[in-house]
Design a protein around this ligand. Sequence first.
Ligand code: BES
Ligand code: MN
Ligand code: ZN
Length: 493
Amino acid sequence: MRIEVTKADILTIETDAIVVYIYEKSDDLDGIVAGADKALDEAISGLIKNGEINGKHGEITMVYTLGKLPSPRLAIVGLGKREELATDKVRNAIADACRTLKKSGAKKLATAVISDSDLKAQDVAQALSEGATLGLYEFGKYITKKPDYPGVDSVSIVVADDKDLKQITSGSQRGVIIADGVCMARDMANEPGNYMTPTDMAEVALNLASDNITVTVFDKDWMQEKGMGGLLGVASGSVQPPKFIVMEYKGGGDKTVGLVGKGLTFDSGGISIKPSDKMQEMKGDMAGGASVIAAMGAIAKLKPKINVTGIVPATENLPSGTAQKPGDVLKTMGGKTVEVINTDAEGRLILADALCYANELKLSPVVDIATLTGACMVALGDVCSGLFTNNQEFADKVIASSKATGEKMWQLPMYDEYREQIKSTVADIKNTGGRWGGATTAAQFLEEFVGGTPWVHLDIAGTMLSDKDKGYLAKGAAGIPVRTLVNLVLSLA
Ligand code: BES
Ligand code: MN
Ligand code: ZN
């Protein structure tokens, strides 16, 4: 699918469908909609008068133009109130419109730009490009029956004149790079576990290697040399070899940002096995790692002037005769010992080693992204990710990026009182802190391994999946928080 910016009069172009916009409670129609209304013998103003169209955000009205316009289909998309327009609404609106038009059989789409708002033309173009790409996303590779629509080949953003053309073009290009990254993360997390093993994940990362990004994949011998007992402990139940993926982007400057992602390609729980209901969703337990790999790919294309290193410890968590057992004690990379109470609290074990390694590389600041706890999902649902930090100043930057992208996050507490729950009488620390406050105790377990570096932990257990097609989310992997990570790195550069 291609996205392009073209200079033309959208009402005269030859295409399968055009998208125009309308605000809620707007008395006069904007130039393009007024033009379409005239061509269609005032059908649009008629629909508005009848209350069929009211411009509410989320409203899509598709009409057939019956030869009165060169495009056979016209979608009138509601944006809500003009003063409440935000880029996330633009992204959702175009995504829904593209999905509707795709299902109607259109192959070539064209959208007008939204001009009469307070948003910058560049940001609108980025949001349109992201929304179109993400809304048209589908993971159908294992369905042998073809869908009953041909699919969309291209979306043109049609600009009437030279004003803002440059900004619109650059915004659109940025949007396409970032949205392609989100789709890549979705693809990885949607892959079944038998097609997305640690080795397959490493392969995806290696394919991103280029002039400005070095990718190194370390194997089990190296992990043993490094003393990564956490990762090795989790991997010991599986015949799939674990991989430690490191991606280094060099953009300049003296600091290197660290992105660390949980790459658990299938989490059965291990010996502390999970109930079988919904266990298949645990093929997506590598969504954090996928977001890091995909964000690194996008960063290498956008070329910000900053260094970034992505780290993904990748393994399966399975029960077997060689699997680790509750009660085992593991020695992690920094030398800290961990008593394994529950083998299903495996994410923190592999991240412990990855965070120690980030520390050895002197990465700062560091963000880790993990589908870490059901507790976070209970607390926040699928609306926002949990955010934890040891450094409020850095957390505020991540929160600002989250607000800019619409990938919602909510900060949860790190009070010292919770730390009592992960004290062990057998080792330095234990890997579960009981049921209550489980998202915080997991975060505090991780904090033991960050060595004081400014750090943010994002728990994406609740947000990694979407249960249905909705705006720019497609059923299945959400591909979050790729856009926030990219935005953050660009803002730190
Ligand atoms: N990968 C899971 C967390 C998860 C649950 C992610 C649901 C997405 C959806 C994690 O490894 C896990 O099993 N956590 C346990 C920890 C517990 C044993 C302390 C949990 O949350 O139940
Ligand atoms: Mn688990
Ligand atoms: Zn897990």
